[in-house]
Design a protein around this ligand. Structure first.
Ligand SMILES: Cc1ncc(COP(=O)(O)O)c(C=O)c1O
Length: 438
């Protein structure tokens, strides 16, 4: 039985009230955890404060969306100025154009792009464009990849779908997912077999270049290059879902980090500067299938709205100007946390794998290397829960599930890191006790 977090009685009351009106008391399942989540009062920089005024050093960072931390002053100021000029026009603005140009510069595979409101919309429309362009029906996705909550990709999906035991959601007709081929990640042979038998029917392969929705799993050497080659050979559209890796692995995301150019990419989270915004884009000939130029329909009342576009333009301007300071610094902080976590796990005699890349890290409680979804599912999720709850008690918030990733922001200070490492020590002790009591 999980002990309640200390001093969170207002959150407890709010959760009871929320459960009566919101399914599970939340507006997105990943926010729910036992016995009840804390309810946020406000946030600034690296910290969030709950309804009872308890502070947490935050490594969830809105599931990776906040690269510069909470309420970054320059973004807040730009948005305030925009609010005074109106929030939504239903007509185009210069801001959308200059923003799109800036995105294109960072992510050159996007010869053309479109702004949308969420990662789910971005991947849904990217897949539709790839199908429209190729005239093929089948898509390939990988076990444990999460591409949002639309029908064709909710098959063996990671993130909350795995945490809550619904990787294949009810409510999706079997006819819809019949065209989704699901393969293990990091397995070249499985790809070869699939392409040999169905390659000419495969419209697209969509992949998180680094898996960040089943914990953190890195691609094996040359795996992404092989993916690039096989999709080119068979005329299938390669989509990098960079909703997490975009502006995290580098300004140009995984494409820049691994030096691989996909045919299309999706961006979200960091791109919106804390506001709802995402983008999909790619080769001109694919994007010109989109309405009103072509016959692939895509639309949105709030797409490219001036408030989100202003926040996105501001963060992207900052990242573009300061990338040489920001990215090495984030990586350094993340490495410090990873190293401390590995060393402390060893000193507590806890079998664990700790992975990191750029500003992402995660621990798995297992002896074996984690290279795919099946390995991730073998790690000890109960130990993770004990680790999570002790961190929370200590005032450190990470995503509540083993099947998520932790995010470092520019707002995390050396003092935050020291505080966190101290909390890691206690949390690993709690995890080791959980193992011993089993
Ligand atoms: C890789 C990836 N793609 C797509 C999505 C869906 O994005 P959104 O939650 O903005 O719809 C997510 C969300 O976590 C994601 O991690």
């Amino acid at each position: 039985m999980v002990e309640p977090t200390l001093n969170t009685s207002k959150s407890k009351t709010l959760f009871e009230r929320a459960k009566k009106i919101l399914p599970g008391g939340v507006n997105s399942p990943v926010r729910a955890f036992e016995p009840y989540p804390f309810f946020v009062e406000c946030a600034q920089g690296s910290k969030m404060y709950d309804a009872d005024s308890k502070a947490y050093v935050d490594y969830c960072m809105a599931y990776g969306a906040l690269l510069l931390g909470h309420a970054y002053p320059e973004i807040m100021e730009a948005v305030k100025n925009q609010l005074a000029k109106g929030t939504l026009y239903g007509a185009p603005t210069e801001r959308e154009v200059e923003f799109a140009e800036l995105i294109q510069k960072a992510s050159p595979c996007m010869e053309m792009l479109r702004l949308v409101n969420s990662g789910t919309e971005a991947t849904m429309h990217a897949i539709r464009a790839a199908r429209g362009y190729t005239g093929r029906k089948k898509i390939v996705k990988f076990e444990g990849c999460f591409h949002g909550s639309h029908d064709s990709v909710l098959v063996k999906a990671g993130s909350g779908a795995t945490s809550f035991g619904a990787p294949n959601s009810l409510g999706i007709p079997e006819e819809t997912t019949r065209n989704t081929i699901v393969l293990p990640y990091n397995d070249v042979e499985a790809l070869e077999v699939a392409f040999k038998s169905e390659g000419s029917d495969i419209a697209t392969v969509i992949v998180e270049p680094v898996l960040a929705n089943v914990g953190l799993i890195l691609p094996k050497k040359d795996y992404l290059s092989y993916l690039r080659k096989v999709t080119s050979d068979y005329g299938s559209v390669l989509i990098f879902d960079e909703i997490i890796t975009g502006f995290r692995l580098a300004l140009g995301g995984a494409q820049e980090h691994f030096n691989i150019k996909p045919d299309m990419a999706t961006l979200g989270k960091v791109l919106g500067g804390g506001f709802p915004l995402a983008a999909f884009g790619g080769k001109k000939e694919i994007m010109q299938t989109i309405s009103p130029v072509g016959k692939v329909y895509q639309a949105g009342t709030f797409s490219g709205n001036p408030v989100s576009a202003t926040a996105g333009f501001t963060i992207l301007s900052i990242l573009s100007q300061k990338k040489n300071q920001i990215y090495p610094n984030l990586e350094k902080k993340c490495l410090e946390l990873k190293k401390a976590l590995s060393d402390l796990a060893a000193s507590h005699k806890v079998s664990a794998q700790v992975y990191n890349i750029a500003s992402l890290y995660q621990i798995f409680f297992t002896k074996e290397q984690v290279t795919d979804y099946a390995c991730a599912k073998h790690s000890d999720a109960q130990m993770f829960t004990a680790y999570f709850h002790e961190l929370l008690r200590q005032g450190v918030f990470i995503p509540p599930s083993q099947y998520e990733t932790c995010f470092v922001s520019t707002a995390h200070s050396e003092e935050d890191l020291k505080f966190t490492i101290n909390a890691f020590d206690k949390a690993l002790e709690a995890a080791s006790k959980e193992r011993k009591t089993k």
